[in-house]
Design a binder for this molecule. Sequence first.
Ligand SMILES: [Zn+2]
Length: 427
Amino acid sequence: MTHLLLGQTLTLPSDPFQTGPESARHERRGAVAIAQGKITAVGPADDIRAAHPGAPVTDYGTGLIVPGFIDAHVHYPQTAIIASWGKRLIDWLNTYTFPEESRFADPAYASDVAGRYMDLALAHGTTTMCSYATIHPTSVDAFFAAAQSRGLRALAGKTCMDRNAPDTLRDTAQSAYDDSKSLLTKWQNQDRLSYVITPRFSPTSTPDQLSALGALWAEHPDCLMQTHLSEQVDEIAWVQELFPTARDYLDTYEAHGLLGTGGVYGHAIHLTDREIARLAEVDAAMVHCPTSNTFIGSGLFNMAHAQTHRVGLATDTGGGSNFSMLRTMAAAYEVAQLRGQALHPAHLMWLATGGSARALRLEDKIGTLAPGYEADLVVLDLASTPAIAQATTRAEDIWQALFPTIMMGDDRAVTATYINGHLHMAA
Ligand SMILES: [Zn+2]
């Protein structure tokens, strides 16, 4: 049965970093037709209604219907430690992250946090997330069970670490391979779920562990592989000490079979020319996490990469300081401004939808309002607070109307979230 959503519609059928903001499609009075979880038509409301006489209608008035947000890099186990004070990367891990992640040995705790994280993400309009779990296989089960029960398209993997982490958070090269393989077999392509091979980063994996995970990836090239790359200068120096023969940070992955198509590299701030070129050659993705990069003091991502690479956008919860992809778009705008790059609202919306979908190789399934795409949608209120409402009263086009919500909006701007065509009811 077909269901129609009415409102303003906005989508980016192609990458505005390539084709410019003009490629966006906006209908002031638009409609999206949904059947069996898929979008079947998008266009002017009058045309869509005429084509579907008698179809039930939900009218959101001036609400803006956009693709659900896609958060390409999160650590759901860090939900409870978001906004913890005063540390840079390595101290952050040792002080806040590792003690919290140790608690995920308890499956009940893991499923409690997984559910809480999903509900927070959905309340902020995020309909797909790609998460790191902890070293505990049950933390992966908890995440996927929570996503599955909500009907989400979601991705995650067991975080592998066999050195430079507390005893309670260390696996081995062999157990990382075995556990990852059995989780992959269990969850890959179950409903809307995808397994991601996940070494945390080179400092916490021995060369043997990186090789074991590289071998697993070679056996399952349809899986993504996610890790961290060149987030902080101190971290890069540490990597150089740990891998004295490596040409650069990326080479520590490349030498162990962990560079390739389907590689998703978080942060990617302080890159050498060789690293930038190699990532482009293999068509790997970079994920920009701007609230994390400023909160932990990491640096300013170069958005010029979006012209040559797959670039996604992410909160990096809980190194990132917010669950909101709107707030994350605002931070991306601010970081780009500090580098002299003014991102158009179309660029920001793209990064949070189609750009992240491309980074996760899901661009044929989500991130666009077009027939055949999965019906993961968000309806935004462009006047969700008095401060935003007064700023939009003189807007002359959709971009002027949307930009205050990007810069100042949060979960109050999310009127409704649809997952696979179904209206999500808050828990
Ligand atoms: Zn991260």
